[in-house]
Design a protein around this ligand. Structure first.
Ligand SMILES: Cc1cc2nc3c(=O)[nH]c(=O)nc-3n(C[C@H](O)[C@H](O)[C@H](O)COP(=O)(O)OP(=O)(O)OC[C@H]3O[C@@H](n4cnc5c(N)ncnc54)[C@H](O)[C@@H]3O)c2cc1C
Ligand code: SF4
Ligand code: SF4
Length: 406
């Protein structure tokens, strides 16, 4: 029997300067939130109703008073219950609670603030895809995880490895609703290999995996990995930097999925079914590689031009500047010349410790990212395109050239 040694991850924030490979003397991070008590009234005006809100649900899970709800059917936005201060205000906020603004990855100067917190510096002009320690191509060595994964099965392999090595107690993932025949993702908790396998692969409509946090806590989990789109992957670092309560300590690992958009659920009926005769119940898998690649349960395959999906772009994605999951511990994507490999950006010390541990155990194979220069070019290009979406005049400006903070 193999004895699995527990692995302990280093504390946040990272203390290594990835650019120099030298330990940084200090992250230089200072509490960036102003002393003013910023709460729902500010979040509602500056993020929720300004077009910046991604629907990541970080504010909802951070709220200790249960006065925030979440619409996962149409708007993918948080709302404040009518009975307590009305939709635009909050009585708990008036009394001094600031947790929703402390959790929000789009509030005020989030990008430079979290760069500084995680990496001890802000990004350079060249680091358009964010700060990284390493870029790799990776894939799971376990054939079952590789087959189930969208690309190289890295994300699922990380979760299985981290559960088996006592790094985490649970992961927040996206499972499929009901019998899994509707391609409808839903936030879920994975505590076992079987749970991880059931959630593997990508669905291209939104799943606010953070919402599974309460269930994970109910099941006794204390160390939790969050798998999520780029917008969600910033939440653990934001919460940790701004001291957003216990949740900040519990979200111990952030695994981000590269992302330029998600689609409204109506795309299934209004585009795939109406125009191409593809019923959602018949779809086994979708991937996006310049086109929608659609594999059907009867073994057949169809393609739908990606530009036809534009009309179903989810509202919350239209201003999102983060293609590359810039504040994840590990960011993962499928672009590049090698199918069945995951493009992997190792950003933090925690991320590096996980990848190194997995390599040492033979859980994954890796190749240098430079073996696929086309993927690195595309990563930079898609990151640049997303950054241009950030609206001018919104604070801060991920559109602008990053400056080094003193
Ligand atoms: C909506 C979406 C858009 C993406 N866009 C791009 C892109 O433009 N370019 C690119 O290179 N890569 C993109 N990716 C990432 C890519 O599809 C893979 O998720 C990534 O390469 C990891 O592959 P893997 O085989 O290692 O992961 P797997 O082992 O397959 O694990 C994937 C994990 O993602 C979770 N997941 C699946 N769907 C969702 C969802 N909708 N919301 C939240 N979590 C989910 C699953 O629960 C699972 O834990 C996107 C992914 C998604 C979900
Ligand atoms: S971006 Fe996320 S945390 Fe911020 S308001 Fe929207 S749902 Fe809440
Ligand atoms: S583009 Fe992707 S990362 Fe950005 S808001 Fe949409 S789902 Fe989130």
């Amino acid at each position: 029997m193999t004895v699995r040694m527990p692995v302990r991850l280093s504390k946040r924030p990272t203390t290594r300067d990835p650019a120099s490979e030298q330990p940084a003397a200090s992250t230089g991070y200072h509490e960036a939130m102003p002393p003013e008590k910023l709460h729902w009234v500010h979040l509602y005006r500056e993020v929720v109703t300004s077009g910046l809100c991604t629907g990541c649900a970080a504010c909802v899970v951070a709220c200790p008073y249960d006065v925030l709800g979440y619409d996962d059917e149409e708007t993918y936005r948080p709302f404040h219950v009518d009975t307590d201060g009305g939709i635009a205000d909050c009585t708990h906020g008036e009394k001094g609670c600031t947790l929703c603004t402390r959790a929000c990855p789009r509030f005020r100067s989030w990008e430079t603030e979290i760069d500084q917190y995680l990496f001890g510096r802000t990004r350079t002009v060249e680091e358009v895809a964010g700060v990284t320690q390493q870029v790799l191509l990776t894939r799971a060595t376990d054939p079952e995880l590789l087959a189930a994964g969208q690309d190289g099965g890295l994300v699922s392999a990380i979760l299985v490895w981290a559960l088996e090595h006592d790094v985490i107690d649970a992961a927040l993932v996206s499972a499929l609703e009901g019998d899994g025949n509707g391609m409808k993702p839903t936030p879920a908790v994975a505590r076992t290999r079987a749970d991880v396998l059931a959630a593997a692969g990508s669905r291209y409509t939104y799943s606010a995996n953070t919402l599974a946090y309460a269930k994970a806590i109910e099941s006794g989990a204390e160390r939790i990995a969050l798998v999520g789109m780029s917008c969600q992957a910033s939440a653990p670092a934001v919460m940790s930097a701004r001291k957003a309560g216990k949740i900040a300590r519990r979200l111990t690992l952030s695994i981000g999925l590269l992302c330029s958009k998600t689609f409204d659920d109506a795309i299934f009926e209004e585009l795939f079914e109406e125009r191409y005769g593809i019923a959602r119940k018949d779809i086994a898998k979708i991937n996006i590689k310049g086109v929608f690649q659609i594999w059907l349960r009867d073994g057949s395959y169809q393609e739908v031009p990606l530009k036809e999906g534009r009309a179903w772009t989810r509202e919350g994605c239209k201003c999102c500047p983060d293609f590359s999951a810039e504040h994840a511990d590990i960011a993962t994507g499928g672009i590049g010349a090698y199918p069945n490999w995951t493009l992997t950006l190792v950003r933090t010390d925690r991320g590096r410790e996980v990848i190194e541990g997995m390599v040492a155990d033979g859980a994954i194979e890796t190749r240098p990212g430079e073996e696929d220069p086309g993927a690195l070019d595309l990563l930079a290009k898609l990151s640049r395109v997303s950054r241009r979406r950030w609206p001018e005049g919104s604070p801060p400006e991920p559109r602008q050239v990053p400056v080094k903070l003193s």
